[in-house]
Design a protein. Structure first.
Length: 401
């Protein structure tokens, strides 16, 4: 049934992490051994490194049409999320209510749940539900906002299904009530246009390794005039808003990556989207009882989440791996869990399908040949696995009768 491990790699797990672009690597290399000065040093050797960080800050700000002074460098998206939410909780200590959703990334979900527990339930958390397509009910969201709400934290696009939330409308509703608004835009930045002059968001999180920059670098956008309490105290770096010596090479790489994704966004939303659609439609046609998870159109152009009933997702991934196909059963941050995805559970996906969900997330480096390769092998994998499933055999028998 299963072939020997192949040397070919078809990478369709870009929502977990992306390939560092060759142009990014090239721009980073001199800052490991040639220009290694500390950007905070007074001498010219360090000062020229500081100037490159300033340039990177400008490049990143340009991607989301923000001011460079609104960009704070962090270590990752998780740190950016934590910084935004904890800043609001500390700066507005008289307000103890947080609004989020049932489908947030663990970086937000687990932090909010931890605040609830650590505070002895003094901090209250409201999680807005989603419908079967993964879409939020804006009326329920509006009703959840109170005078006690310190901050709203809602992801711009879901990491598992790619579903895009109406952040502009939601942020406007929060602003009407004087409530701070944070969005985890880790999956959205670089894939869809974002203009901070048009969206009344106070905090926005970005992660470098989701947009072809290295791992270990992120950004927190903080709108001018927003109350802010640092998460990491230390030196004067980031204008005193985030202590610690800068991750110079990665910051410079992230700046270059933001230039690249801006130039390639049209490709992402045309060619990559067409590849995603062809893969998705091919699987839904070739595999009986396959289900698309998420909204058909309000979705990132690169993401497809498909469930195959009566098959374990982990088994599918192991067999795909033997053919060199890299995909995911959900968020990389929850891999290893035996529980079905909390996102799919919130959407009401049947238990028989939730365990068999596979997320394909493409990038500008994917090709038509990659899609052909997956369509060649995956339907046979599902068929062979179902042949060993007593639940599938029972379903087939009932249908025949």
């Amino acid at each position: 049934m299963i072939s020997e491990k192949t040397d070919r790699i078809v990478y369709m797990d870009n929502n977990a992490t992306t390939r560092v672009a060759p142009e990014v690597v090239e721009e980073m290399l001199p800052f490991f051994a040639e220009y290694y000065g500390n950007p905070s040093s007074m001498h010219t050797f360090g000062g020229q490194v500081g100037q490159k960080i300033t340039e990177a800050r400008q490049r990143i700000a340009a991607l989301i049409n923000a001011s460079p002074e609104e960009i704070i460098f962090t270590s990752c998206g998780t740190e950016s999320d934590s910084t935004a939410i904890l800043s609001a909780v500390q700066s507005l200590s008289d307000k103890r209510h947080i609004v989020t959703t049932r489908v947030e990334h663990p970086a937000v979900k687990n932090l909010c749940e931890s605040l609830y527990s650590i505070s002895g339930h003094k901090h209250k958390v409201t999680q807005i539900p989603v419908d079967k397509y993964g879409m939020l009910d804006l009326e329920k969201y509006r009703d959840s906002l109170t005078d006690e709400t310190a901050i709203v934290s809602v992801m711009w696009a879901n990491n598992e299904t790619g579903v895009i939330f109406p952040i502009k409308k939601m942020a406007a509703m929060a602003r009407e009530r004087g409530i701070l608004f944070h969005t985890d835009a880790v999956q959205a930045v670089g894939k869809i246009p974002i203009d901070m002059t048009e969206v009344p968001v106070d905090f926005l999180s970005i992660s470098g390794h989701k947009l072809h920059a290295p791992k270990g670098v992120g950004v927190l956008y903080v709108r001018k005039g927003t109350r802010f309490v640092p998460f990491l105290f230390g030196g004067h770096q980031e204008q005193g808003r985030r202590g610690g010596t800068e991750n110079v090479a990665s910051i410079i790489g992230m700046g270059r990556a933001c230039e690249l994704v801006a130039a390639r966004m049209d490709d992402e939303n045309t060619r990559v989207k067409a590849l995603r659609d062809r893969l998705e439609e091919g699987l839904l046609q070739a595999v009986p009882r396959a289900i698309l998870n998420g909204h058909k159109t309000e979705r990132l152009p690169n993401t497809s989440n498909v469930s195959f009933e009566f098959v374990e997702g982990e088994s599918i991934l192991l067999h795909l791996d033997r053919f060199g196909v890299c995909a995911s059963s959900g968020s990389a941050c929850t891999s290893g869990s035996l529980e079905p995805s909390h996102v799919l559970r919130a959407m009401g996906v049947p238990f028989t399908a939730a365990h068999g969900s596979i997320r394909f997330s493409l990038s500008v480096y994917n090709t038509d040949q990659d899609v052909d390769y997956v369509l060649e092998h995956l339907p046979k994998i599902i068929s062979d696995l179902r042949a060993m499933s007593p639940f599938w055999q029972e379903t087939v028998t009932e249908k025949a009768e």
